[in-house]
Design a protein around this ligand. Structure first.
Ligand code: CMP
Length: 139
């Protein structure tokens, strides 16, 4: 079934001017962008977004990093969206990411790893709703 995932183009990729190239790869892989905005998180909002990681040692750095500059947030639609998008972006650590994946090409480190992708359908819905109300996306 056609379904949706949520992505962010993170501050490293935004700052480097790689957003257009990344969005081109996303569209060429068959994803439709059904909501998108440029925004900048506060540390508090980043903390809420990544609350599932709050016991992890990298949580404070991650929240500081994700609020360090502008990002793009987007909802993407495609058959098998969550799994196919995770394949397109590659492993969390760019050192482990497959050739041709977005993180292999654009990520600078495990933290500054260019893009976020939801890890489940439930989280895709939660994360999309965090950034977009009904008037801000294709229904
Ligand atoms: P993301 O898919 O956005 O979800 C959580 C983020 O934490 C992850 O991408 C990484 O950018 C970041 N992170 C930083 N350090 C680590 C780590 N050691 N293990 C996993 N994720 C990490």
């Amino acid at each position: 079934a056609t379904n949706r995932t949520f992505t962010m183009i993170k501050p490293d990729a935004f700052e480097a001017g790689n957003s257009g190239a990344i969005l081109k790869m996303i569209e060429e892989a068959g994803f439709k962008i059904v909501a998108m905005k440029a925004t900048k998180l506060t540390a508090e909002l980043a903390g809420k977004f990544y609350e599932v990681h709050k016991e992890r040692p990298f949580y404070n750095d991650l929240c500081a990093y994700m609020s360090s500059g502008p990002i793009f947030a987007a909802i993407l639609e495609k058959d098998n969206a969550v799994e196919d998008f995770r394949k397109l972006i590659g492993a969390t650590n760019p050192a482990d990411a497959a050739e041709g994946t977005i993180r292999k090409i654009f990520a600078k480190s495990i933290e500054a790893n260019a893009v976020h992708g939801s890890d489940s359908d439930d989280n895709a819905a939660i994360e999309g709703n965090f950034f977009f109300n009904q008037a801000e996306r294709v229904l």
